[in-house]
Design a protein around this ligand. Sequence first.
Ligand code: 3H9
Length: 716
Amino acid sequence: MSDLVQVSKDGEIGILTVNNPPVNALSPGVPEGILEGVEQFEKDDSVKAIVLIGGGRTFIAGADIREFGKITAGGDQRRGPGFNAILNRVENASKPVVAAIHGTALGGGLETAMACHYRVAVPSAQVGQPEVKLGIIPGAGGTQRLPRLAGIQKAVEMCAGGDPISAGEALKYGIVDKIIEGDLLAGAVSFAREKAGSPPRRTRDLTDKLGTAEANGPIFAAACDATKKRQRNLVAPLAAIDAVEAATQLPFDKGIERERELFQQCLFSDQSKALIHVFFGEREVAKIPGISKDTAQIPVGQAAVVGAGTMGGGIAMVFANAGIPVLLKETDQAALDRGLATIKKNYANSVAKGRFTQQQMDERMARITPTLTYDGFGDRDMVIEAVFEGMALKKQIFGELDKVMKPGAILASNTSTLNIDEIASATTRPEMVIGTHFFSPANVMRLLELVRGKATSKEVIATCMSLSKKLGKVGVLVGNCRGFVGNRMFHPYRREAQFLVEEGASVEAVDQALYHFGMAMGPLATGDLAGLDVGWRIRKEFGDARNTTVRQPLIEDRLCEEGHYGQKTKSGWYKYDENRKPLHSEDADRIIAQARKDANIQQRSISSDEIVERIIYSLVNEGARILEEGIALRAVDIDIIYLNGYGFPAYRGGPMWYADTVGLKKVCERVLDFEKQHGATWAPAPLLKRLAEEGKTFADFDKQVAQGAAAAEARS
Ligand code: 3H9
């Protein structure tokens, strides 16, 4: 018997315990072990029913995603009877099999549970078919068994949406038969005793929830419409709806065949490869060379935020949401009141939308203590400064914090562009200083760039990495340079969008091309949303690089000079109606035409392909520089930043992964073309050039980094 599934008995109940840490994924040997155990208990006359349970922290979290790359179009050749056949065999067992669920039963895990005859779960358990988040659909009967248990509406929602549901909801929909309070195994064994001797109830035989064609038609149509809006350009959710529809039209085995066909189409798609890259990427970014589980961490039980503006208020909400009490400081009462009123309004909106209850809102508000002084800061484990983006002010505040914060407290700055080492120089403890760059709105956006200064200690980094997870964020460690990773790359991205308009593309054509590529929003509309005046003021303050020979965008400064700051003034690249709907702007037309004339730029017709190449490859080229300079640890770190902070479509895997899929040789050739046409800003990054010449990818670069880190660890 495989070690991955252990066999034991409690009287006349056979127990199979899956033991494949950390999440009991269905790696080779696990399904086979389950089958072997079921067959062994079938032969054992003393056994009357069987319980299948997960060892460790969870039931089965699904197929082993790392194995997907080994599946070929001909099927999963390595695996004897195949997973579907194994589940059929479990379902056909002569003795009742009860799945006992704690933690999560996801994907193939839920499919395994549904092939059992009954399911019991602890109240905290969750079940789901999250495959669409990996660009695939359930491939082991999920789309056929779930509608038989839960009905069409719920099955479509779960298979096409991918979000898990609680054990309580699963009970309501018939996915789970009983909630077990207290010890799960004892409860499951006693439930199995009740079923012992009765004929197994096979999910495949249940048909009363499959509905009628008349009732189901509108459900499928509405699901397709909603999917096209909410999961724009994604293939798998529509395939999942097709597969559930097959359950209503075909006998069970034929439905399984149809599901398999659709599963394979999705699995071999670029979207699935990209989304699987993202799944592992989100976990990879947590791995920092030189920092391990043993690195000491600083307990953050209480925090403080300086500045109650949009960012500071949002950050205070993030801490309050995670159950961490936070002091929120402003310099004058009016600003503090405004900040608190915004927080209250945001929370009230969430209550109105049903995201949480009034009581939860009250609890969260109670965790935020407004203040005009540093009183109480001395007890706090961490402070985040979120004031106006100016070095002098930041240094002044860090000098003050250095005096009031206790030894060992983390001093963080929410700066989005400034030099963290210079900020740290205002303190006597630069090792405790780190950049925590939240994205706006801070309580919504998942990205948290953690900026490592020269002196930042490993303990501070390790603490902030795990704190990110606690705060519901994806923390990505970056190095110190102007704009760090995200904003540094965003600069050429938005610059190219403006150049394209100067050269003849319309504002709408630029934004539409990027929207169709999959970006949440076009780059010019994004500028209007963020406020064109922000960059304008910084350029005026710092002089930027206006006097160099490098081409600089012309239009945004002129828009700002005339007061067109974007959405906040209802006019920028677009003009906006009272509902903030963007409309074509004649003012922008006039300014654009004048800028073209002044710079003597001949207008030309520009294809949407060129628009996408110019804008996306500008990201890739800067990303390659950032990588080579070590500002980002890996290409995948850049991808995760762009997916979570800048609206890059997850199904394209991030800018660096996308470049790999295009081919770095082709990307580099286009960059060289652009250099010829547009000058020095397009000089190819040396790393891009080298990888292209060697026929390699950014993923190869990451592999080398991982090997180097492993070798360094082995030496230490
Ligand atoms: C599927 O089932 C298809 C079927 O229809 C069958 C078709 C034939 N495989 O997230 P964590 C690793 S598709 C391989 O940090 P948590 C993960 O990479 C699958 N590895 O823990 C990490 O490794 P490392 C459907 C996996 O407690 C470690 O486990 N299922 C898998 O925060 C810990 O993970 C899903 O999509 C896997 N399936 O969250 C569920 N899952 O330490 C995917 C995890 O080296 N998993 N790992 O970085 C999850 O959503 C979360 O991992 C879970 C635990 C909620 C379970």
